[in-house]
Design a protein around this ligand. Structure first.
Ligand SMILES: Nc1ncnc2c1ncn2[C@@H]1O[C@H](COP(=O)(O)OP(=O)(O)O)[C@@H](O)[C@H]1O
Ligand SMILES: [Mg+2]
Length: 232
């Protein structure tokens, strides 16, 4: 068994508020291989969590379970205290939970603004309102501290592409934002800027994030062992 995030590894302090998103006894097996078992965690309003584990520990798998990209083989998710089973990521996004993937998933041939609004273009009827989308894109990019411009294209540096992905996650005022190793492609000053953004998002009521080990400079209020930590 390869259950590297071990049973009971996340502590559950008494909380007055209902968790926005909870997992109870969550597990995932791919065929005969159990990757995660008995994961229990609560994500409350205003919290920033960090999940820490070595390569292959199951961090991305957990993020995908929480965001509807894959389904658990054991356990239960709760949304605002109610049992929920997302059939796919679209359902999870509709419920306010969005995952920013570890991999850069932007279309190389589109501009920054086009990528930001892909599938959610602003317009009336068949007409796309480029001017409005570019203006809204500039606002979002400023919000995540990106120096990218709405009309930038395929030559955008990797770190900026990551920030564009994060900006895309902020589009519909998501309630729970999950970042899978967002700092992996960022330079030190960009990591600092991103942590500032995460703190600002937390203060706006957003809830969840993961970082590469060594980059978890957020003040921690909850620590779990052996390889999974939460921070706020
Ligand atoms: N779709 C899949 N099918 C089979 N095994 C998988 C699949 N996705 C992930 N795994 C396995 O699950 C384990 C955890 O992977 P992952 O969640 O990507 O780890 P981490 O993000 O912590 O590096 C790895 O051993 C990986 O090979
Ligand atoms: Mg991963």
């Amino acid at each position: 068994m390869n259950a590297l995030l071990s049973p009971g590894s996340v502590t559950r302090p008494a909380q007055a508020s209902v968790a926005a998103l909870s997992a109870e006894g969550l597990g995932k097996a791919f065929g005969p291989i159990t990757v995660l078992s008995d994961i229990t965690l609560d994500i409350h309003p205003g919290e920033v969590h960090a999940i820490i584990g070595e390569n292959g520990a199951g961090k991305s798998t957990l993020m995908k379970l929480l965001s509807g990209h894959i389904s658990p083989t054991a356990g239960q998710l709760f949304l605002n205290g109610r049992p929920v089973a997302f059939r796919n990521a679209v359902e999870a996004e509709a419920a306010g939970i969005v995952l920013v993937h570890q991999e850069i998933l932007l279309a190389a041939d589109l501009t920054v603004a086009e990528n930001l609004f892909l599938g959610r273009e602003i317009g009336r009827g068949l007409m796309v309102n480029d001017r409005l989308m570019n203006r809204r894109a500039a606002e979002l990019l400023a919000r995540v501290g990106s120096s990218a411009r709405p009309r930038d294209g395929r030559d955008l540096p990797l770190a900026q592409r990551q920030l564009v992905q994060i900006a895309r996650a902020l589009l519909d005022e998501r309630k729970v934002v999950i970042l899978d190793e967002p700092t992996a492609v960022l330079a030190n000053d960009e990591v600092a800027a991103l942590l500032d953004i995460v703190r600002a998002l937390r203060d706006q009521g957003w809830r969840f994030s993961t970082f590469r080990i060594g980059s978890t400079k957020c003040r921690r209020s909850r620590i779990a062992s052996p390889c999974c930590a939460t921070a706020a």
